[in-house]
Design a protein around this ligand. Structure first.
Ligand code: UDP
Ligand code: MG
Length: 312
């Protein structure tokens, strides 16, 4: 028999946080008086995180470690954790203590009340740059507008999934995954619990701007064709404008008989059209690239070693 609760924790260079994280998780889960397992996913850490997790798993039989062969990124690390979780309820939580472990108790309450997905909604974000808060707020609202999946705003991956949702999630093997969107797509009964997102306990964010942009474009492209349609709209607008311009040019030529050298207008038209064409080819490229990645059918991740799992 598996435990009642599995906690999935993606870890990428979080050595300074692990002892405190472990302490708070155990303290919280003990008060819940349910059986549990802690599933640490080492996402290619280069600091002493792995050594610490291995020690924890030797000391505590409820700790499991999945050591990935390299850094695969946050969303894949979460997926690896969910794939290996045995609990009836699976909680996903960041390692950096921005998501308070104590909230798990409130997530469990809603789960017992009959919800299959209980996500934590950030009412406030502490200790993050204004740029991060602003771009995050914009992103959640944009994605909500242009996708046809009901992705709740201001929620991260901190959430509880019922076994049914976990089984559904395991069937989804797409590469460029936007986990919170996929879970919204799965459906079932979902609800939110508000919380205040704390400051990072220690260390730096592991999401530099480059990763944030990739994350945002994965989220948008995997749930929306809007950017591709944008190309069509732009095409229409430009065609209408061009048609008007052609009428004007013909008028100048045939009626006014007044043709100027016209270098500036030509340059403007050429550059404008060139820009629009490059943008739209780029947009199409984003999707084609993703199609290519999907058809290659590589595994989502590779596991180097697994520690602390009960023998079957
Ligand atoms: N993380 C990961 N792989 C990565 C980047 C991040 O497993 O490539 C983990 C990280 O250790 C943390 C969680 O994902 O537990 C969220 O990352 P972070 O706190 O740096 O993101 P932020 O809160 O700044 O958006
Ligand atoms: Mg964080």
């Amino acid at each position: 028999m598996g435990p009642v609760i599995s906690v999935v924790i993606p870890v990428f260079n979080e050595a300074a946080i692990l002892p405190e994280l472990y302490r708070r998780l155990v303290a919280t889960l003990t008060t819940s008086s349910e059986s549990y397992e802690l599933l640490f996913v080492n996402d290619g850490s280069t600091d002493s995180s792995l050594g610490q997790m291995v020690k924890l798993s030797e000391r505590d039989s409820q700790v499991r470690v999945i050591d990935l062969s390299r850094n695969f990124g946050h969303q894949i690390a979460i997926t690896a954790g969910i794939d290996h979780a045995a609990g009836q309820a699976v909680v996903i939580i960041d390692a950096d203590l921005q998501d308070p472990p104590e909230l798990i108790i409130r997530l469990l309450e809603q789960w017992r009340a009959g919800y299959q997905v209980v996500y934590a909604v950030r009412e406030q974000r502490r200790g993050e740059t204004r740029f991060k808060k602003w771009t995050a707020a914009l992103f959640y609202r944009l994605i909500r507008r242009i996708t046809n999946v009901d992705i709740p705003v201001d929620t991260g991956d901190f959430r509880l999934l019922d076994r049914m949702v976990v089984e559904a999630f395991r069937q989804i093997r797409e590469k460029h995954r936007f986990v919170r969107g996929l879970i919204s797509w799965i459906g079932f009964r979902q609800t939110g619990v508000p919380y205040v997102r704390e400051e990072r306990y220690a260390g730096e964010t592991k999401y530099p701007l480059r990763k944030m942009l990739k994350f945002a474009s994965d989220g948008i492209t995997s749930f929306s064709f809007m950017p591709l349609q944008l190309a069509t709209y732009l095409g229409f607008i430009v065609s209408v404008l061009s048609f008007l311009a052609i009428c004007w040019v013909l008028y100048q030529f045939l009626v006014a008989r007044h043709t100027v050298p016209g270098w500036s207008s030509l340059m403007v038209a050429v550059l404008f059209l060139g820009g629009i064409q490059l943008i739209t080819i780029g947009l199409i490229g984003e999707y084609v690239g993703r199609i290519y990645d999907e058809v290659k059918r590589r595994p989502l991740y590779l596991v180097r070693q697994q520690l602390g799992f009960p023998r079957q």
